[in-house]
Design a protein around this ligand. Structure first.
Ligand code: SER
Length: 589
């Protein structure tokens, strides 16, 4: 049996032997990225490098990246969807291109994983007005021995990846599928058919374009390779499992779930168990992340809240005690203890926060469900009013998506417009907005965000100087309009303190200091007094950005070149972010 540990190891060894630097998984929370809530692919943290910045690890990289995608949350419960997954990836930053990338993928699959080449099918880009037909990739596949009738030319819809957001690096891809014999259509079909005969396991993207804000695909000077292979799906396929939930990672969790659920084992109970197993795994990774988040009503915290509450609702449906959720969390922490050490290091917080959220919701879940049942009796035209849906949220803590799901199950709808109005009236940040952001993709790494990024460094330096040298970054999110910075501090800042901080940052700006960047070993960076948030995660060579006399931080960039470009710094809000963590929002005018 090929376990997930074995697959990770074999993959990284293979690319290490081919001169790739193995880089650590980045946090699930993207740095300075206004348009995504979570890291959804291995390439996200690498965008600056795909666009030409020099990566300290060189031009060949590989890793296993923690990813969260919640767009498919409603499909969780079937055989293949998970909200958390690991992506095995290898990258060429302007180094090797199609031939090497495809050849290595083929070698890894057929020689290391011993997949019969006859079971492989591939797709390549058929070409359109933006980019030519990818004959090069097709030829490499044919030369490797893939029969012509297993090489499919498909349009942009299938064979183009990115940009992850509105703008950014993208390009044609070649996707690799394993053909599941005896499955799917009797007629001859291709990988664009969803009959289940073709299981996609690897995607090699040839990132040779940058899509700009006018929708124009401009060739990149640096031609990159970005590949991604889903770990869970590949392990399932290699073992002939029908569902990803049969792989080793889930074994103990399902044993516990089966033991605890006294209901008959049928499609409905299996679905519920998968939802619980999936959502708690994702919650553990969010809570235990190096930039650990906690349940809240906005952004990432809201998604986390939704996951935990949904898991709890399914546990209740399966008549399983809610205490099982933290037992499941402990199993995952143990399963991943050697791979994602942060989970083990943050175990106490993970369990504590999970239990707190369970307690918070458990007390109102049952009452809320009763309220929902009552609603069903009185509604007209099978439609729940926005006000009623909002009351379920406000009084019983029902995330709107949960109410929508309940409504669906009961064949009624919700007046969402009315809900938004009620929510706005109560100044609750729209969760739909958060979802939008999640779907949106990558940031525009423009000048404004670079300036705000530099302002963030000045802000941290000022906070440390004025309040305490123990202050460190707990989170950072930058849009083109504002920066948002979270840091550890036990109480609200006074008006005087906020004014002083503002002045200190503005003095740094007025001093017209150059921002310089150096690459050095982590050791040297520490010796030089650089601050870094996730030091244990950094590879040997790191980038250090210095604003002389003000700040020295380990950071990926990008930054302004001189502080005078920043304009005027103004704090617009100071508030609590979570226990012991304050949040400052600020703008540059
Ligand atoms: N970025 C591509 C994907 O997510 C390949 O890594 O599929």
């Amino acid at each position: 049996m090929i376990t997930s540990n074995i697959l990770r190891q074999k993959y990284l060894d293979f690319f290490r032997e081919r001169n790739h630097t193995i880089i650590p998984s980045s946090s699930l929370i993207p740095d300075n990225d206004p348009t995504v809530l979570f890291t959804t692919a291995g390439m996200h943290p690498l965008v600056p490098y795909l666009l030409g910045a020099k990566h300290p690890g060189g031009v060949r990289l590989a890793n296993v990246q923690k990813c969260v995608r919640t767009v498919d949350i409603d499909n969780v419960g079937d055989a293949t969807h998970c909200t958390f997954f690991e992506m095995l990836g290898n990258w060429s930053l302007g180094d090797y291109f199609k031939k090497e990338s495809i050849t290595w993928s083929y070698e890894f699959l057929t020689k290391v994983l011993n997949i019969d080449p006859k079971c492989l099918a591939v797709s390549v880009f058929e070409g359109d007005a933006d980019a030519p037909r990818d004959e090069t990739s097709a030829k490499v596949w044919a030369d490797l021995g893939i029969d012509k009738d297993r090489i499919f030319y498909l349009p942009k819809k299938n064979n183009w990846w990115g940009p992850a957001g509105i703008t950014g690096p993208c390009g044609p891809d070649t996707e690799i599928f394993v053909i599941i014999q005896d499955k799917g259509c009797k007629e001859k079909c291709g990988p664009d058919c969803d009959c289940g005969r073709y299981v996609e396991i690897w995607n090699n993207v040839f990132m040779e374009y940058n899509k700009d804000s006018n929708g124009i695909y401009k060739p990149l000077d640096q031609k990159n390779v970005d590949t991604g292979m889903g770990l869970e799906r590949t392990v399932a396929m290699l073992n002939g499992f029908k569902s990803v939930y049969e792989i080793d990672i889930f074994t103990d969790v399902f044993n516990l779930l089966k033991e605890s659920c006294k209901l008959e084992y049928n499609d409905k109970t299996i679905r519920g168990m998968r939802v619980i197993a999936d959502h708690i795994r994702t919650a553990v990774f969010m809570l235990g992340d190096e930039k650990g988040i906690t349940p809240s009503n906005t952004d990432q915290g809201y998604i986390l809240r939704r996951l935990i509450r949904r898991a709890l609702r399914f546990a209740r449906q399966l008549e399983i005690s809610s205490t099982i959720l933290s037992d499941i969390a402990k199993i995952y922490i143990n399963v991943y203890k050697d791979v994602y050490t942060e989970l083990h290091e943050n175990e106490e917080t993970v369990i504590d926060e999970l239990e707190k959220e369970v307690k918070r919701f458990e007390s109102t879940l049952q009452q809320g469900l009763k309220e929902f049942e009552k609603l069903l009796k009185y509604i007209q035209n099978s439609r729940i009013s926005g006000k009623a849906a909002f009351r379920l949220y406000e009084t019983f803590g029902f995330p709107i998506e949960m109410t929508q799901e309940l409504a669906n199950d009961n064949n009624v709808t919700i007046d969402m417009e009315g809900y938004e109005i009620s929510a706005k009236e109560h100044q609750i940040k729209s969760q739909a907005g958060a979802e939008q952001k999640f779907k949106g993709g990558l940031a525009d790494t423009g000048l404004k965000t670079a300036h705000l990024h530099t302002a963030t460094h000045l802000l941290l330096a000022s906070l440390k100087k004025l309040l305490s040298p123990d202050i460190s970054q707990k989170g950072s999110n930058i849009t083109a309009e504002r920066l948002r910075f979270d840091f550890n501090f036990p109480r609200p800042l006074t008006i005087e303190e906020l004014n002083t901080i503002e002045n200190m940052v503005n003095q740094g700006i007025a001093a017209s200091v150059d921002i310089t960047c150096e690459e050095m070993s982590l050791e040297d960076a520490k010796k030089a007094g650089a601050t870094g948030v996730f030091e244990s995660k950094y590879q040997d060579i790191v980038k250090v950005y210095t604003i002389e006399n003000y700040s020295k931080e380990i950071c990926g960039g990008p930054h302004a070149s001189n502080t005078r470009d920043l304009g005027k710094f103004r704090i617009i809000k100071e508030q609590s972010s979570s226990n012991g963590v304050r949040r400052i929002k600020a703008i540059l005018e």
